[in-house]
Design a protein. Sequence first.
Length: 375
Amino acid sequence: MTWMLLWPLGSVVSIVLLGYDVFLKSIERIIGRDFSNLWVAGKLVWAGTPGCAFDVNCFRLAMYRDLNLLAIQNYSYPPPALFIAAPFALMPYYIALAVWTFLGVLFFTWCARSFVPRGFPPLLAAFTPAATMNIWNGHYGFLLGGLWLLCFRNLERQPKRSGIFAGLLTLKPHLGIMIAATMARNWKALVAALLTTIVLVLLSAFAFGSEPWNGFLFGTTTEQQEILTRASPEFYFRMMPSAYVAFGKGIPGIIAQVISAAAATALLVRSRRWNAFSAATATFLIVPYVFNYDMTVACLGFAIALYTRWSSMRWFERATFIVAFVSPELTFYVPFVVPVALLSALHLQLRQVDAEDEVQAELAHSTNAPATSMT
């Protein structure tokens, strides 16, 4: 049961941050920081001004009006995400946050059931370090993580359904690089993903007009680029596990990010196979604009590896997965450790997939081999 001690260890920072928001209230922050973006955007939908969500100044004025919140925040999701935001804006803020969190925990737990091994409580999937960060921040981590798992669960047997889930993941498109690479394996899944994306674009344009799309494409994307290159030590940088941020941004960060992405890509190309968990790990090595609360699937993969192979792991393998598991917390204190741990964990994950494939091939060969006659 030693591995279960990682859960209280991995929730310390999230609990401290939540307590900070609860007991040291400020006009510059609110409980469920990212959820406040979703809730205000939903309010703007019902007010008939959805385009305001994609105008930084207009959106921040709306946040002050609706939540008395003076924060340097912006709504960074594409217009189809407004379909999710609108229903929650019909409820008072804290009730909506509680419902959002409860439904997210249920959804991610349900999606994780078919991935966790026997004896592993599925509910623990919703309380990994990344998951508790997601709870503190009120982010989309449970929704996107659940869709990610559903996408991989259905890829082989129901590729069209897998493609639909992949299309829904465009709610946060920059995290979809490994989903796109995975969809390329199966043309049915790829077509379904593309069609789902097109339908979402058309439905959102019909429901909210063209203004939100103009704002997203020409305003939000520019704002996100500016956020990533700011020289000031913003708090959100401490929540980013990418090599670009971990090694100082600027030229050193760019070099580190290129090395990280190249190394992860080389491992993937050499293995030529990846699953839901190794694909999630690779995403945080390849993409520079990522956050620790996005790591719900990656953290679950590390937890499952520790659970299933704890006794057979060598000490450095165990240490690698432990550090990778708590990496959503380490971004605050020793960020340079995180990309190294994730790259090492990806190597071990892909090596395990290759080993399982070799075992399956040997079993298939022995089953199909002709019987040897005995004389």
